[in-house]
Design a protein. Sequence first.
Length: 202
Amino acid sequence: MKLIAALLIISLLVLSGCNLTGQSVSSDCELKSNSDDKDSCYAEQAKANTDISICKKIIDKRTEAFCQTTVAEDKGDLDICMQIKDEFWGDVCMKKVAEATMNPSPCFALKTAKDRDDCLNIIAVGTGDVDLCIQLIDSIMRPSCISKVAMEEEDYTLCNNIKIDFNRQICYKKVAVATNDKVLCSMLSYKRLKEDCLDEMP
């Protein structure tokens, strides 16, 4: 009798479109005749349920990798990224998880310098970690990152991490305007910057 009852419950779960973990799984995807539409449906379903197992139903490998990436980002789970075989999406996944969790470690594993710098830049500004800015390879992005962190932290001394004097002075100016510090404006070495700084004061 107990066996019959158990089989009946399982049958009801299948018919109602639920899996054994209790998550609702729509049968709409299965009904789609076009494979691309079906894959897109599974990807949306996986994201909605934060369920990586649904991604495995996708036929197209790139769409599957995209699906895995969206779930990994939502869960902040770097292990999922490690399972992605597509090199491009593997990097995209690590970058998104790093930014979602504000963890810079995955940034250093990215294959291109641009992706690495973009990743570190976002986390540096988001966490106020000027040391990450200093590690940027791009010589234009580095002072910009430091300036943004200095403004967010309202700490002009962070500008001292910028090597080129003119760029450092620009950083001082940005912090001065952000903090309404006229004294800091008056300390600027370049006359035009000093004038612009004072003009931008409220």
